[in-house]
Unconditional design. Structure first.
Length: 370
């Protein structure tokens, strides 16, 4: 006899009803209608920055509502198929019900993730910086490995990755990596990555093949919307230009197109060298500087900025958020959530979603318990 799945379907329906208020409420539908009406007004596109902001908000609301409505339709179909399978005791139809149950549960889980990202910049793009920590040359190699991991993650998500600065290390890897990841909820999702990442493996540079522990730090900044003003006075900055060089030390062009901006009052230094022209590098560097100055100023005035920055710790033993162990066994484990995977190669190949989801679930549990 086929097992009745009514309890599981009822649970999915309850989760769907919760999502209605989060993603497709009457207020959100009304807001979408108002934004769409704005876009039809004469002169709407005269202010490009404002127009793009309005269209971006409308697109996000529309996507959420359409995804929710598709979920409702899928659940309706599942309920009908479940009843038919029970009445007819149809094994083939029952297999379809089981597959649909699993698919809809995954669909709901993905939509629930969207409800976690209600911070000011969560829905926007992220500026990622990877910095070598303890471990010498091997830390630079680890920085390069993490850079590749996030490249692969971006590929999996269909996100755009824009490299701003990734100079080669002294012998292997990268001295640092600064890049922007552009995709839905990129900043919100990647807040899970802020902190120290620890690698344990057999050293590829040690002829005695001894085990090596290496560290690299990851920081995340939001890409600030154009309508947020950050004052950067000309007298407060120094701009230097220099010859660009790509990973491995190879020159990527023959002109001094790379740009380094030093903000004298704070000591913040930003370098960009991977764009095609000096002007493009300068624009990218100012965008990153703007984000860093905004972060510092808000951190002085509001404790809530800590949620964007993450805790400041040494990039060394005892401060890690995640361990990547390649020897003597294979495992990646997040020390905050205790979520772990045995397939290290898959994780280093960008399969990070489970770690990121586990972190935000843990964060939501922490918030509800406080």
């Amino acid at each position: 006899m086929l097992e009745n799945r009514s309890t599981e379907i009822t649970d999915l329906r309850a989760r769907q009803n919760y999502l209605a208020g989060q993603l497709a409420s009457s207020e959100q539908r009304g807001e979408l209608k108002a934004l769409e009406e704005q876009s039809t007004l004469p002169g709407f596109w005269d202010d490009q920055v404002r127009a793009q902001s309005v269209m971006g908000k409308a697109s996000a609301l529309r996507d959420n509502i359409e995804s929710y409505e598709q979920l409702v339709a899928d659940l309706d179909d599942l309920e009908v198929a479940h009843e038919l399978a029970l009445d007819a005791e149809d094994e083939e139809l029952w297999r379809e019900v089981e597959v649909s149950l699993e698919a809809i549960a995954a669909e709901i889980a993905q939509l629930e993730i969207l409800t976690w990202f209600d911070g000011e910049f969560d829905s926007g793009d992220a500026i990622v910086t990877i910095t070598p920590g303890q471990g010498g040359l091997e830390a630079q190699d680890w920085t390069g490995m993490l850079f590749r991991m996030y490249q692969k993650y971006a590929d999996r998500k269909g996100w755009k990755l824009t490299v701003h600065d990734a100079p080669a290390g002294d012998a292997i890897g990268l001295d640092r990596a600064v890049f922007t990841l552009s995709g839905p909820n990129a900043f919100g999702l990647l807040r899970s990555e802020v902190g120290t990442h620890r690698l344990v493996r057999i050293s590829p540079t040690d002829i005695k093949k001894r085990r090596q522990t290496t560290f690299a730090g990851v920081s995340i900044l939001p890409v600030l919307p154009d309508d947020i003003e950050v004052e950067i006075r000309d007298e407060d900055i120094r701009i230097d230009v220099f010859r660009s060089s790509g990973p491995g030390g190879q020159s990527v062009n023959t002109t001094d197109s790379a740009v380094r901006i030093t903000h004298k009052p704070t000591g913040i230094v930003v370098s960009c060298q991977n764009e095609k022209s000096q002007l493009q590098n300068k624009e990218s560097a100012f965008k990153i500087l703007k984000a860093r100055l905004y972060e510092e100023e808000k951190a002085k005035r509001a404790a809530e900025m800590d949620a964007l920055r993450g805790p400041k710790t040494d990039i060394a033993w005892g401060s890690q958020i995640r361990n990547y162990v390649l020897y003597p066994y294979q495992m990646v484990k997040d020390v905050r959530t205790n979520y772990e995977r045995g397939n290290v190669d898959a994780v280093l190949d960008g399969d990070l979603d489970d770690f990121i989801v586990a972190y935000h679930q843990w964060l939501a549990q922490q918030a509800s318990a406080s």
